[in-house]
Ligand binder design. Structure first.
Ligand code: BG6
Length: 295
């Protein structure tokens, strides 16, 4: 399968080329924002609204080679989240972020540039821990806001269940002065210590933080007091949110994450995981969407 169908015409705001590691990348330079999306994983690695600072964080240590996910950007976790529950050899966060997606549409819509990527089951996915027939369409709309939408269709003749996450790494100037508001009142599972009751204050960071909030459709706002920038994360079709920062020890243990880089990022992930996993009837579709804007 080629990275783009032979008949696809690209508008002048979109260029297809080779990025790091010789991987195919779509570069967008639109009137209100720029972005970069690797076809491996349909992985957004950059978005900058015109006149603003980069919003999406990438590690300087990210590797760009087959079989290894990129560190940073917007990994698409599908069809499972974290480790597979029964197959320890299956890749963390599913196969979608390691797969070659196809760029099937590129258009200008008003001041936005819209890219659509497609992934369907293949011999490799059918031999994986999640062997089902499916179609995934991922829409990336680049402008003054970044809008992402993952639509999955069940192509089986029986129901299928999957987890999904847009595992976005947001850039902050100083995590120690950053807070994530909007999840107050929602109980969560701390992946380090277990179930926790709801809190009344925004999430603040002074140690490794790895929280799964479920049954919440709340909009979150990431505010970095050191710059005053607020990033709003508004979602639809998503019942779970994950907040993650690896802090010092976990960062030091990851080969593709610089020791001091944890100060410059926070993941606010738009998900349907665990009890919020999606079950689709034969032929049915579900769409998870998120929109990032700067306040
Ligand atoms: C987060 C998880 O979503 O992803 C963390 O909650 C995990 O536990 C992190 O460490 C990164 O995962 P990976 O597979 O990209 O290293």
């Amino acid at each position: 399968m080629s990275a783009v169908p032979p008949t696809l015409e690209l508008p002048s705001s979109v260029e297809l080329g080779l990025g790091q590691g010789g991987l195919a990348v779509a570069r967008v330079v639109g009137p209100t924002g720029t972005a970069e999306v690797y076809l491996r994983g349909a992985h957004v690695t950059a978005w900058t609204p015109t006149g603003g600072a980069p919003v999406i964080w990438m590690s300087e240590k990210s590797q760009f080679r087959p079989g290894v996910p990129l560190r940073g950007g917007v990994p698409i976790c599908f069809p499972w989240f974290a480790g597979h529950p029964t197959d320890a050899t299956a890749p963390s966060h599913g196969f979608a972020r390691l797969a070659d997606w196809q760029l099937v549409e590129a258009t200008e819509v008003g001041t936005d540039v819209v890219l659509v990527f497609s992934l369907t089951d293949s011999e490799a996915t059918r031999a994986s821990a999640w062997p089902h027939r499916f179609e995934a369409r991922y829409t990336v709309s680049v402008g003054a806001e970044l809008a992402l939408s993952l639509r999955v269709t069940n192509r089986e003749s029986a129901p299928v269940t999957y987890e999904e996450a847009l595992h976005t790494y947001l850039a902050v100037a100083d995590i120690r002065q950053t807070e994530v508001a909007g999840l107050e009142g929602a109980a969560f599972t701390d992946r380090l210590t277990g179930p926790r009751p709801a809190e009344t204050e925004p999430v603040r960071f002074a140690a490794e933080t790895d929280r799964i909030y479920q049954a919440t459709t709340a909009t979150t706002t990431v505010t970095d007091a050191s710059t005053g920038r607020a990033i709003t994360v508004a979602k639809q079709g998503s019942a779970s949110t994950v907040v993650w920062n690896p802090w010092i020890d976990k960062a030091a243990g990851m080969a593709d994450f610089g020791d001091d880089e944890y100060t410059g990022m926070v993941c606010v992930e738009t998900c349907n995981i665990r009890d919020d996993a999606i079950t689709l009837a034969p032929g049915a579709s579900h769409e998870l969407s998120v929109r990032y804007s700067i306040g």
